[in-house]
Each structure stands twice: as structure tokens, then as C-alpha cells.
Design a protein around this ligand. Sequence first.
Ligand SMILES: Cc1cc2nc3c(=O)[nH]c(=O)nc-3n(C[C@H](O)[C@H](O)[C@H](O)COP(=O)(O)O)c2cc1C
Length: 199
Amino acid sequence: MSRVLIIESSARQQDSVSRQLTQTFIAQWQAAHPKDQITVRDLAVNPVPHLDINLLGGWMKPADQRSDIEQVSLERSNQLTDELLAADVLVMAAPMYNFAIPSTLKAWLDHVLRAGVTFKYTETGPQGLLSGKRAYVLTARGGIYAGSTADHQEPYLRQVMGFIGIHDVTFIHAEGMNLGGDFQEKGLNQANAKLSQVA
Ligand SMILES: Cc1cc2nc3c(=O)[nH]c(=O)nc-3n(C[C@H](O)[C@H](O)[C@H](O)COP(=O)(O)O)c2cc1C
């Protein structure tokens, strides 16, 4: 039995392409791995707060010096890192907003990139602690960016995931979602064809 953690971040619900991709992923994964446990964390419905002074205090201060609010911030961060540490497979749905990832997803990353928990500093530099995990990133984009220098999603997400030790990352992009003609249909077909090879 493997654990699959799905991260949703589209502000849209029924019209969301990235949510459509995660639904397809879940259906195909469950058919191929019926015993796997799937957890969905929806950052649009339940956003995590931005990194702030209370979270930093919760991380840095010893227990007897933490304020109540710092303790609450620490416990929230622990819940998010525990969920990620427990997962064998991470599926991240990321709409492109303003050339990058949604701020809700960035806030989640700010909680889970944690020294001593998901990475550590060594004499030779930082080392990721999440070995043996696989990740799939399902993006939806209005335009077409894959492979270009204007793609600020894939290189960034590869870097942060590699930083915490997740190197086996597959990106599936649904591109051209806001373009006319048959771009949208082609983009969706391409993404679904790649998705069908995953499970
Ligand atoms: C606030 C906002 C910002 C967006 N910024 C971009 C952008 O910079 N580049 C782009 O190609 N598409 C952009 N789009 C279009 C979305 O990436 C596209 O509609 C995608 O399908 C959204 O994902 P979703 O369908 O899962 O909600 C933006 C959409 C919104 C709502």
C-alpha cells in the first residue's frame, strides 16, 4: 500500500482544468492501485497562512519560550510536513497564475521546506531528506510555455522539490487553455495522453 498526497491549488472548482487532471489521475491510479490511500489537501478551499513571524518563532524557539500563537503555527507546519513525509507519491496541481504558481501553493511550500525536517544543512551544503518519493506536477496554463525561458513553474518546482530530496518528478502540462482555435483541445488531449501512461 502506498500513500498518495494530492495538492490542489486552483481557485476555480468545476471549470478548473488542473482539478480535472487530478480527478483523471485519481481515477486511473485507484483503478491500478486499489489499496493505495489517497489524501487530498485543497489549498484553495483551506489556504495555509503566509510565512510570518509566528511561524518563524514556532520553528526557532524552544518549547518553553514559544507563545500560544507560535505553538499553533508550529503545529500547523508539523501537520503539513507529517503529511508530506508520510506520502510515497506527491501529486501537485498547479494552474499558472501570473507566470508562476498560485500564492496558495507557494505558502504551502514555505511551510514544508523546513530545515531539520525536509532538508538539512551539511558540511557540503544542504541535503534533501525526502528520499524515495515520486512526484507528478499537473499544470494548466492559458498560453504555451513548456521548454521556454518564460516557464517559471517547472524550473522552480524542480528546484524546490530537488532541494528536499524529490528528484523523480514528472510534469504534465495542459497548455493553451485560454487560446482560441483547437489549441485548448490539443493541449488537453496531450496532457490526458501523458496522464494515461502514469498509473
Ligand atoms: C489570476 C489568473 C492569472 C493567470 N495568469 C496566467 C499567466 O500568467 N499565463 C498563462 O498562460 N495563463 C494565465 N492564466 C490562465 C490560467 O493559467 C488557465 O486558465 C488555467 O487553466 C488555470 O488553471 P485551472 O483551470 O486549474 O483553474 C491566469 C488565470 C488567472 C485566473
